[in-house]
Design a binder for this molecule. Structure first.
Ligand code: ZN
Length: 480
């Protein structure tokens, strides 16, 4: 239980929705709640086939000629609990409590991402003392598992062309852009397998790397397990003659691979060279990555027998391809300091029965650059005579430092807090990217209170920042 927190209305609605299960993909109960909320207050309620909701509220007296503002939040939450916590996310209310200036939930994620946005929207819909123009509060579903609610939005579902997204997690920052992206798969059919003439089989493994989000962490200097393993094998290939039966690493397109392994067959007399190289390259990698990925480790494990191997030509083609594969930052933003504008991630590789598969993903906050970097990956693959499949991209939200809405937000922030907010963008996908594509000409910003540990049972929201977030929101709304 929490009580006595300010602003009372935001906390009231946040507490109410925290009692309603709202796991991504299971938003029926919160949608019903929104419908009763609107009906009880005589507000217009609309729902689409995906479950997205708009509640509209007319302008306050004197603000009838103001443009309509869309206040957007997502109703679903990531459901994570500590081991041993007995909580049923489909039925049980969250158990909120206050601790050292924060609100948390016992043993579970809090859903301040994005319950704080939802709570603020409801507080504004319920208010009679904020001088706002016409409002459309847009509540999307299923943001957390792939932005599917936003993706399903239909033309005309909202009419406003000013959008306040309340899904950021950093007080004092205003977000004005995000990356779009796509995945590009590279493959080659290699049905032929040979029996190795070598006597010994070993698995070479690289692990101990941190891994990380392929967008947010792409400029963190993390090691890419696949490329580091390919480099090791490429160097080894120069020293001894070995056969390659298998190479595998990485899982998801949106993660920098943490582990990779290769199964190789060698001649008995080459074992000492292999062992020496393993310890030498462990040292080299530890030194190169000492600030970012010092846990990196190469290891060897003996296998009972040699599995069928790739033809020599395919082996060497694959090692050259992987070692030289584009990975990492391509360009930094000229508009926002420190923002990665364009990047690509070499995400996974596997040798399968009939061929070799490589998965990569590209991101950029500039639409044309998504295609550019994906085409570079393809042209790289074509050099090695590989084929490709390139998916349709999801849209970017390109930063517009001259946005009229941003100017209002900056002015509001200066009046309230005596300083400009930090203007930021994120090298990952947000709902704003999709919404901006669906509703052309939408002027958008994103902001929110301080939320730490989102998507984990450690999630917490800083109480003081909720008041500042609320004051910032109503001040912007009044200026529109
Ligand atoms: Zn969120």
């Amino acid at each position: 239980m929490i009580s006595g927190l300010e602003p009372a209305s935001v906390w009231k609605y946040f507490s109410e929705i925290s009692a309603i299960p709202r796991m991504s993909g299971h938003e029926e109960k919160i949608i019903d709640y929104l419908e009763s909320f609107a009906n009880e207050r005589g507000l217009k309620f609309k729902k689409d086939a995906a479950g997205n909701v708009v509640i509209s509220k007319p302008a306050r007296p004197g603000k009838e000629s103001s443009p309509c503002a869309v206040l957007q939040s997502h109703v679903d939450m990531v459901c994570e609990k500590n081991e041993g916590t007995d909580h049923d996310f489909l039925n049980d209310p969250l158990d909120l409590f206050e601790e050292n200036g924060f609100v948390r939930a016992s043993g579970t994620s809090l859903g301040a991402d994005d319950g704080m946005g939802v709570g603020a929207a409801l507080a504004l819909l319920d208010s009679d003392d904020v001088g706002h123009g016409p409002l459309e509060c847009l509540f999307t579903v299923d943001e957390e598992t792939g932005l599917t609610g936003a993706n399903a939005l239909e033309e005309g579902f909202v009419s406003g062309r000013i959008l306040l997204n309340m899904d950021s997690e950093e007080e004092g920052a205003v977000y004005i852009g995000c990356a779009g992206g796509k995945t590009t798969s590279i493959f080659k059919s290699v049905p032929e397998r040979l029996k190795s003439e070598k006597q010994l089989s070993y698995t070479v493994k690289i692990d101990g790397l941190r891994g990380g989000h392929s967008g947010l962490a792409i400029n963190s200097g993390l090691g890419n397990a696949i490329i580091l393993l390919a480099r090791f094998l490429w160097v080894l290939d120069d020293k001894i003659n070995f056969d390659l039966a298998e190479i595998r690493g990485g899982e998801k397109h949106n993660a920098i691979p943490r582990e990779a392994m290769a199964e190789i067959c060698i001649n008995e007399e080459d074992l000492p060279i292999l062992e020496t190289k393993i310890s030498k390259y462990t040292e080299i990698y530890k030194n190169e990555l000492r600030k970012t990925d010092e846990g990196v480790k190469l290891s060897l494990k003996k296998n009972n027998e040699c599995m069928p191997v790739l033809p020599e030509k395919e082996k060497s083609r694959l090692l050259n391809l992987l070692y030289s594969f584009p990975h990492g930052v391509f360009a930094m933003s000229p508009d926002i300091k420190g923002l990665v504008q364009t990047s690509t991630n070499m995400a996974s590789v596997s040798v399968q029965k009939d061929g070799i598969q490589i998965l990569t993903s590209q991101r950029s906050s500039v639409e044309s650059s998504i295609h550019d970097v994906s085409s570079k990956v393809i042209s790289h693959a074509l050099l090695a005579d590989y084929e490709y499949i390139s998916k349709d991209p999801y849209p970017a939200w390109t930063p517009d430092p001259d946005s009229p809405l941003l100017k209002k937000a900056v002015a509001a922030h200066e009046e309230l807090f005596g300083e400009k907010p930090e203007i930021k963008a994120v090298h990952a996908g947000l709902e704003c990217g999709i919404i901006g594509r669906k509703y052309r000409g939408m002027d958008m910003i994103s902001f929110g209170p301080d939320v730490y540990g989102a998507h984990s049972p450690d999630e917490k929201v800083r109480i003081v920042s909720v008041g500042n977030f609320w004051n910032f929101l109503i001040s912007i709304v009044q200026k529109i």
